[in-house]
Write a protein that binds this ligand. Structure first.
Ligand code: NAD
Length: 497
């Protein structure tokens, strides 16, 4: 059995804990590896290593740190096929989708290559007579990232390229369901010239997460995962005086206006609802049909959902792969059962799919519900599987109210040909990331990613300008170089003269 270890101080180490967790290939249902789960002592030891590395890494000129990022970018491109296969083998998503997610992570590395420019501060000459004022952003120290299973490369790469480029050292606690790709990224960073101890991977579960939250040398925590855990991370990081950004779950709506390009909306919905088997925080799991477009929308969606090609991620013809684990498959199926019990109309039922040669894989076909209403649990809760609900409303105002009343506020889209509807929607909607005729409005690396309401706890989104701000602290210097120091002390509040 392949045993995955921790990566600390530039090498693989076993640590002191003998607890392990199983890792499956979701397409075959076979266990392929196991991963060691760190103890508190293991985590604390990794932080010590990272703290030591910070002393020198933080002093390196930003240009030298950028050069490591340039090299890392090259290595990711060179090893893209291997990294993609690692994602497919443990997560299950189809090859091209996995490769796309790696590219979205790579774009943050590209952004981090510009760190000398991004760290430039502000300067004001003569804020008072012969007094200058300037600001700089300095790294925090050791920072940690705790990441979910659904993007084993991209989500860690939302965090560590910027954190490291800013001069911090990093502890990554990846999902215990698919840690192979992050471990390989750690090796590539070393190959790129990153000094030992700057980037470390500590595998584990709640025990290592709690150790992160209580370790006094960790200055900031970035988290992405489900809402209950995001809230727990937010509260406990704050309690332990850490900076925190904690991104949680989602229930995203795509509004289909009667005037829209319906083929565009249907194609957008198919990819956004069923891509990555719905295991995306930006998955569009609710289609809001406005006016009388519902019947036509459901007719077109059902035809496509029935024809969805479900299969193993390495099969180039597969459009949708399996779910990540058997437990998750059972959970998603139970939500479909619940929807039927709640009275929604199940138009396409993917529960009983069987794939020849992959009978033990964690597969479910695309599911489509019509006549879902806002009181049903399948509408209120995140299912995180290939289950699309259609909810019918009469007006644009009803659609926006529905969305604004939902507890989550990660992503949202509207399909319309009307500029006024699009603009009003973008302005009034209580959601962090908005698409207008764009199905999955994930911001690029040089913008910032983050939801509103219970989809993000903390004040800061990931990457872009917000990422730089999160991983640095501001220092403002006010200086005077007079020909001679004034001899008398001043006891009144200083004002610039
Ligand atoms: P999860 O919350 O179960 O796990 C996330 C991380 O927290 C993992 O590293 C896990 O080991 C750790 N963890 C799990 N239980 C814990 C506990 N009790 N105490 C401390 N740590 C714990 O999430 P997941 O199932 O891996 O990922 C899916 C979820 O992530 C979905 O809700 C999805 O919407 C969300 N997600 C959100 C975003 C976003 O940007 N908002 C992006 C990707 C995924």
């Amino acid at each position: 059995m392949n045993l995955l270890e921790h990566f600390v101080g530039g090498k693989l180490i076993s640590g002191s804990s003998d607890r392990k967790s199983k890792i499956f290939n979701p397409a075959t249902g076979e266990q392929e590896s196991e991963v060691r789960l760190a103890s508190k002592a293991d985590l604390d030891q990794a932080v010590e290593v990272a703290q030591k590395a910070f002393e020198t890494w933080s002093l390196k000129p930003a240009l030298q740190r950028a050069r490591v990022m340039f090299k890392f970018k090259e290595l990711i491109e060179k090893n893209a096929d291997e990294l993609t296969k690692l994602i497919v083998s443990e997560h299950g998503k189809v090859y091209e989708d996995a490769k796309g997610s790696l590219t979205r992570g790579l774009e943050v590395v590209e952004f981090a290559c510009g760190i000398p420019n991004l760290l430039k501060g502000e300067f004001s000459e003569n804020v008072g007579t012969n007094v200058d004022s300037w600001s700089m952003r300095q790294p925090l120290g050791v920072v940690a990232g705790i990441t979910p299973f659904n993007f084993p490369a991209m989500v860690p790469m939302w965090m560590f390229p910027l954190a490291i480029a800013c001069g911090n050292t990093f502890i990554l606690k990846p999902s215990e369901k698919d840690p192979s790709c992050p471990l390989r990224l750690a090796e590539l960073l070393t190959e790129a010239g990153l000094p030992d101890g700057v980037f470390n991977v500590v595998n584990g579960d709640k025990e290592s997460v709690d150790a992160i939250l209580t370790n006094k040398d960790i200055k900031a925590v970035s988290f992405v995962g489900s809402t209950p855990i995001a809230k727990y991370i937010y509260e406990n990081s704050a309690k332990n005086e850490k900076r925190v950004q904690a991104l949680g779950g989602a229930k995203n709506h795509l509004v289909v206006m009667p005037d829209c390009d319906l083929d565009g909306a249907v194609n957008g919905l198919m990819g956004a609802a069923y891509g990555s088997a719905g295991e995306r925080c930006m998955a569009q799991s609710v289609a809001v049909a406005v006016g009388d477009i519902g019947d036509e929308l459901v007719a077109r969606l059902s035809k496509k959902a029935e024809a969805l090609k479900v299969g193993p991620g390495m099969d180039k013809t597969s459009e949708m792969g399996p779910l990540v684990t058997k437990e998750h498959l059972e959970k998603v199926k139970s939500y479909v059962d619940l929807g039927v019990e709640e009275g929604a109309k199940l138009i396409v039922d993917g529960r009983n799919i069987k794939l020849q040669g992959y009978e033990n894989g964690f597969f479910i076909g695309g599911c489509l519900f019509d006549h879902v209403n806002k009181d049903m649990r399948i509408y209120k809760e995140e299912i995180f599987g290939p289950v699309l609900s259609v909810i019918r409303v009469k007006t644009f105002e009803e659609a926006t109210k529905l969305i604004n009343d939902h507890e989550y506020g990660n992503g949202v889209s509207i399909y319309t040909r009307d500029g006024d509807a699009g603009r009003t929607f973008a302005s009034k909607i209580q959601v962090g990331m908005v698409g207008i005729n764009v199905p999955i409005p994930v911001p690029m690396a040089f913008h910032s990613f983050g939801g509103w309401k219970r989809s993000l706890f903390g004040d800061s989104a990931m990457h872009g300008a917000e990422g730089i701000k999160f991983y640095t602290k501001l220092k403002t210097v006010t200086s005077r170089w007079p020909s001679g120091i004034r001899s008398n002390a001043e006891f009144v509040m200083p004002t610039m003269k």
